[in-house]
Design a protein around this ligand. Structure first.
Ligand SMILES: *Cc1c(COP(=O)(O)O)cnc(C)c1O
Length: 366
């Protein structure tokens, strides 16, 4: 079986985790600070604030921006559920702008939803390709809106020379399957000294000095143990992402001539794609339907996944939720019925890449 994702933790991670264990300082401390420094440097920002997961990063970002009940946050309808859960957790109302052929939110559709209740624009850099940030930042400036980037899948991705998380408040995930992983973990990036300071206070029970509470906070802290798993990986992030990019190139080349299979758009010049996922579309022109392709690939020993099978709000619990406005998003609905993600992780061998290409070709033959 070729799995859709493979996690490899090497001797550097083992040594650093052991160091933390022997130090006795397992909770937030010096290793978390080191992870934050490295993370900020990689993304070209002044501050990185580590938290316990990517969902928390999104919630904390919205909280620190002062989002209130009644405020609207415009996000993508084609994303992992955490994006929506974070908006609802913060007490805001979620609105959805339809997506474009790059699977990301369409800035023109976003503009059409802006009104006097809009407070935050929350693009998602899906699969490791950044959303079209220039028009999104223009829209934010014109209307005085905040920008929170859901960069959970886009560690070290870039857009016209600037890294993910350097446009608005950047929210990253270090979950086990993400490009850089600490088991569970998250990071918020910003250039704003005041926001960074408030995020650090918020994550630590609203406390600056012991028992001096400034705001009603929470425990959003990451542990030194988790940070020790992430630090050596961050030093290799370029290699990890380049390997994914190379594998994506091989898959694109091998799969570009199959009727009814659409390979992911090559990012336009200026955008680097870090291929958290390599996601194709199986359209009506294909000889075999998408769900049958999944069954055939599984039988052939090729792992694959559907990210995501439905539009994020297309569940009873969200359709009935007072914080959800189910905007018209036809492109997201059709995309959800077509997507199929193939293995692209950095540890694939040449033979495995050839087997994936051959397997997909076979699965799509009537
Ligand atoms: C993984 C992910 C999150 C949430 O991160 P966790 O660390 O799992 O809480 C949020 N948004 C997107 C798009 C993700 O892929």
């Amino acid at each position: 079986m070729i799995p859709i994702t493979t996690v490899r933790i090497g001797p550097e991670e083992e040594a650093l985790v052991l160091e933390v264990l022997r130090s006795g300082q397992l909770a937030q401390g010096a290793y978390v600070e080191r992870l934050e420094r490295d993370f900020a440097a990689i993304h070209g920002v002044r501050h990185a604030v580590a938290v316990n997961n990517g969902t928390t990063a999104l919630v904390a970002a919205l909280q620190v921006l002062g989002v209130q009940p009644g405020d609207e946050v415009i996000t993508s309808p084609f994303t992992f559920v955490a994006t929506l859960n974070a908006i609802l957790e913060a007490g805001a109302t979620a609105r959805f702008a339809d997506i474009g052929p790059d699977f990301n939110i369409d800035p023109t559709q976003m503009a059409a939803l802006v009104n006097e209740r809009t407070k935050v624009l929350m693009p998602v850099h899906l699969y490791g390709c950044m959303a079209d940030m220039h028009p999104i930042m223009d829209l934010a400036t014109t209307h005085g809106l905040h920008v929170v980037e859901d960069a959970a899948q886009a560690v070290a991705a870039s857009y016209h020379g600037r890294a993910a998380g350097s446009f608005g408040l950047g929210c990253f995930s270090l979950y086990a399957t993400k490009n850089i992983n600490t088991g569970e973990g998250g990071v918020i990036t910003t250039d704003d000294d005041d926001l960074a300071d408030r995020l650090r206070v918020l994550r630590n029970q609203g406390m600056r000095q012991r028992y001096q509470y400034e705001i009603a906070g929470h425990n959003y802290r990451l542990t030194n143990l988790a940070a020790a798993v992430g630090i050596p990986q961050l030093a290799r992030v370029d290699d990890i992402n380049r390997a994914r990019e190379r594998n994506a190139g091989r898959l694109r080349e091998g799969l570009s001539d199959i009727p009814g299979l659409v390979v992911p758009m090559e990012p336009e010049s200026g955008r680097t794609h870090v291929y958290h996922q390599f996601t194709v579309r199986i359209t009506d022109e294909a000889a075999v339907a998408r769900d049958a392709v999944v069954e055939r690939l599984t039988a052939l020993g090729i792992g694959c996944g559907i990210y995501y099978p439905k539009v994020v709000f297309d569940y009873d619990c969200y359709r009935q939720h007072p914080g959800v406005i189910a905007d018209e998003v036809p492109a997201a609905f059709s995309t959800a019925s077509q997507v199929l993600s193939l293995p692209v992780h950095p540890y694939l061998t040449d033979d495995e890449l050839s087997a994936i290409v051959a397997g997909v070709r076979k699965a799509l033959t009537k």
